[in-house]
Ligand binder design. Structure first.
Ligand code: ADP
Length: 232
């Protein structure tokens, strides 16, 4: 028997999503991505000269991502500022985006991507990556592709998409929950995958295919948001 989700969603049904580009006029590029109660905003500044100087790469420009959950983004106020989790997600975001940004023409420069979660209900790294990718395109940064990110996963024995906070951290039936955030290029290649929990090979393949299919829908939403504002 496939699991009944508390939210009433079908196994492959994601939360309602929406996207908006150009939300921060002072940034070179900006975007918002909303997935249910998770809301991410991203602002891009640059390319600009890299400081500190020792971090400059004379061969190509550097993509620098900073992920942050605002103190009011969850019901228990969280301590503002960097922490281990935010540092890890910042790096993961850089890795997810690095294969698509083309910074060869910007030696010793940096493109800064600031990602803030105004509301966090799980799936924040995916929402942040989706917002960041749109903000980079809006800033006119040369890109090979767009990327779209979504978590697949498993609740007990059922493969599902887009775990919410309850499913991610409170679901304990049977085998419990597994969260697998994945980022795809618009031609279906994976730039990032993480597996948090247990899953067998067959189910992992099923989860990846489910996420790949839905990443196309997310891409359409991102593309529409970019078209609505036009390039800067
Ligand atoms: P993701 O948001 O990418 O799914 P995690 O699995 O680390 O990443 O976090 C899941 C959710 O747990 C977050 O979206 C947020 O709702 C909540 N969360 C994470 N860190 C904290 C924290 N320090 N305090 C309260 N809630 C948190």
């Amino acid at each position: 028997m496939p699991i009944k989700r508390k939210s009433g969603r079908k196994a492959d049904e994601i939360r309602p999503i929406s996207a908006k580009v150009g939300i921060i006029p002072n940034a070179d590029g900006s975007a918002e991505y909303i997935s249910g109660k998770t809301k991410a905003i991203a602002a891009v500044y640059g390319p600009k000269k890299m400081h500190p100087q020792h971090a400059q790469n004379p061969a190509k420009g550097t993509l620098r991502c900073t992920y942050n959950m605002l103190s009011f983004s969850v019901s228990d106020r969280i301590r503002p500022g960097p922490n281990r989790r935010a540092t890890e997600i910042s790096k993961i975001t850089e890795w997810a985006l690095a294969p698509i940004v083309m910074l060869d023409d910007y030696p010793s420069m940096v493109v800064d991507v600031h990602i803030h979660m105004t509301q966090a209900d799980a799936g924040t790294r995916c929402a942040g990556i989706n917002a960041a990718a749109m903000a980079l395109a809006h800033a006119g940064i040369p890109m090979k592709n767009m990327v779209s990110s979504i978590a697949a996963g498993k609740l007990d024995k059922t493969v599902v998409l887009d775990l919410d906070k309850y499913e991610d951290s409170e679901f304990e039936e049977g085998e419990g929950s597994t969260d697998i955030p994945i980022t795809f290029t618009d031609d279906g290649k994976i730039t990032h995958i993480q597996v948090d929990g247990k899953i067998n090979k067959k189910q992992l393949m099923e989860a990846v295919e489910m996420a790949r299919k839905t990443s196309k829908d997310i891409y359409e939403v991102q593309k529409k948001a970019l078209k609505e504002v036009g390039e800067k």
